[in-house]
Structures are given as structure tokens and as C-alpha cells.
Design a protein around this ligand. Structure first.
Ligand SMILES: C[S@@+](CC[C@H](N)C(=O)[O-])C[C@H]1O[C@@H](n2cnc3c(N)ncnc32)[C@H](O)[C@@H]1O
Ligand SMILES: [Zn+2]
Length: 264
């Protein structure tokens, strides 16, 4: 059995050689990197949904330098504290698989993202995880089959998260807080918009919010360019300001995140 249900008829998908197949004969082939593409044609709102190849490559290269490792460690320690024994984890909006690969305690790990470019990297980085291209708003996952979900800067599909989590299951959401990359935002915009994503949702009971704040320095024009490319700034900020910033060789930044922990 795989961790997934068929996106067409919702029956369980069984592994069979190089494919996954449901009892109604719908067949999905494993890619070279061993992920499944479970996104149906009518779920695609574009030819290439989710983060594009360039954004994903930039995120991969930035995260591999471990600038956000303290956040990954915090998420790992929340899960070790809240989830006992060999639990099943879903990383919803897994991206390049950086956070998933830093979670130590889960017995079974699942990664889903709508971007095939992201899932390719996530599957490579996490060969023991089950990864699929799918939307978090229509998860190819059975009701009440998951013990913990992580959602790191990814869409908040709270209804779907509530559907697939077991009763008592844990949802960990990471989002940017007020001062996240404030120096970068000030360098790019004349007016810096406030962000404060301390999350609320009525579908879950909030256990606590933990703020993770630290300073870090990026050295090297390549890493600065990757950071700009992986954020929405690459599309929204004035081009001359981006160019100015890209010429710098060093930048000191604040990382500021909320880690919100909920129980179903
Ligand atoms: C800001 S990135 C975060 C990725 C990863 N969690 C990380 O922090 O490295 C947001 C991710 O959500 C994915 N995404 C956007 N809409 C989605 C959807 N409807 N279902 C699944 N993933 C989605 C994007 O492709 C992208 O990989
Ligand atoms: Zn089917």
C-alpha cells in the first residue's frame, strides 16, 4: 500500500512494480526520482502550477546553505515533543524537501507539493519518503490517516488538513513574522508593508505560538540573488533596487518566524 489514494476514484493506491494502481485500474507511474504525479488535469490552473523551475532552484540553493536551519530544528523539536512513537508526518507544500529532511522522529514521511520541480528535489533529498505532485486543497490522502502535518510558508488548506489528520493530530504552521528579512524589504521598498502571521483557525485548538528570531549574514552575490529569486520580491520590487542589492557582497539579515502549533 502507498500513503496515497487515487485522485480519480479515491480508492487506495497500491504499489505495483514501477507504478501505483487502484482497484479500478487507474495507474500512476513513478518518476525516475520515485515520486508520483497525482495532480489531475482539471486541478491544474496553469500548464506549470506552483513555484516555477527558477524559483525552486533558487530556494534549493539558498536552503542548502542552512540559513534557515534554526527554524527546521524548532519544527523538529515541536514534533518530537508533541508526537509520541513512530508517527506519520505529512509536509504539505514540501518545496525542495529541506524541512522534511530535518525531521528526525517520524516513522513514515510524506511530501506533497503542486510544483513538479519542487517534488523532484524533495524526492531526491528524502529517498525514504513518499512524495507526490498534488494540491494541498485536494489531498490524495485518506481521512484521519496522518498524525502530524507541517506547513512551512505554504498555503493554509485548513479544511483538508483537518480531514486527513487523526483526532488529536498535530498541525505545525510556520509563517513569516513582523521583522522577517526586514533589512531586505527596506532596501527594496519605500514603504514596508507590515506582516504578522500569528495564525488563527477555528478548525483546530491552538496549543501555542513560538517566535523564532535570529540574525544571519549572507556572504556572496550568488546567495543574495537566490534569496531574492525565492521570494515574491523578485516579481514585485522595482528592478533598479533589485540590481543595486545584487551588487552587494554581504548583507546582514533578521530571520523572524512564527511557529504555530495546533491540535485537532
Ligand atoms: C514558499 S514555498 C515553501 C516551500 C517549502 N515548504 C519551504 O519552505 O522550503 C510554497 C510552496 O507551496 C507550493 N504550493 C503553492 N500552491 C500549492 C497548492 N495548491 N498545493 C500544494 N502546494 C502548493 C509551491 O509550489 C511552493 O513549493
Ligand atoms: Zn482510481
Amino acid at each position: 500500500m502507498t500513503a496515497f489514494v487515487c485522485p480519480i476514484c479515491r480508492k487506495e493506491l497500491k504499489k505495483s512494480d514501477k507504478s501505483a494502481v487502484c482497484e479500478n485500474g487507474h495507474v500512476f507511474d513513478y518518476s525516475k526520482e520515485k515520486y508520483l504525479n497525482l495532480l489531475t488535469a482539471n486541478e491544474k490552473n496553469s500548464l506549470d502550477p506552483g513555484d516555477n523551475k527558477e524559483m525552486v532552484a533558487a530556494r534549493k540553493s539558498f536552503l542548502e546553505k542552512n540559513y534557515y536551519l534554526p527554524l527546521a530544528k524548532e519544527i523538529d523539536s515541536v514534533l518530537s515533543r508533541e508526537c509520541k512513537g513512530g508517527y506519520t508526518l505529512l509536509d504539505a507544500g514540501v518545496g525542495t524537501g529541506f524541512y522534511l529532511s530535518n525531521i528526525s522522529g517520524a516513522a513514515k514521511r510524506i511530501g506533497i507539493d503542486i510544483s513538479k520541480h519542487a517534488v523532484k528535489y524533495a524526492a531526491k533529498r528524502n529517498p525514504d519518503a513518499e512524495c507526490a505532485v498534488a494540491s494541498v486543497f485536494n489531498l490524495p490522502i485518506k481521512e484521519e490517516s496522518i498524525d502530524a502535518i507541517t506547513c512551512v510558508f505554504s498555503p493554509y488548506a485548513f479544511e483538508e488538513y483537518a480531514r486527513v489528520l487523526k483526532k488529536g493530530g498535530i498541525l505545525v504552521v510556520a509563517s513569516p513574522s513582523e521583522n522577517h528579512l526586514i533589512e531586505l524589504r527596506k532596501a527594496l521598498y519605500d514603504n514596508v508593508r507590515e506582516v504578522n502571521n500569528k495564525l488563527e483557525t477555528e478548525l483546530f485548538a491552538k496549543l501555542y505560538d513560538k517566535q523564532v528570531t535570529y540574525s544571519f549574514e549572507i556572504v556572496g552575490a550568488d546567495d543574495i540573488a537566490s534569496l531574492i529569486k525565492m521570494t515574491p520580491y523578485a516579481y514585485r520590487a522595482p528592478i533598479e533596487k533589485i540590481e543595486e542589492l545584487s551588487k552587494r557582497n554581504k548583507i546582514k539579515l533578521t530571520a523572524d518566524f512564527w511557529v504555530s502549533v495546533f491540535r485537532k
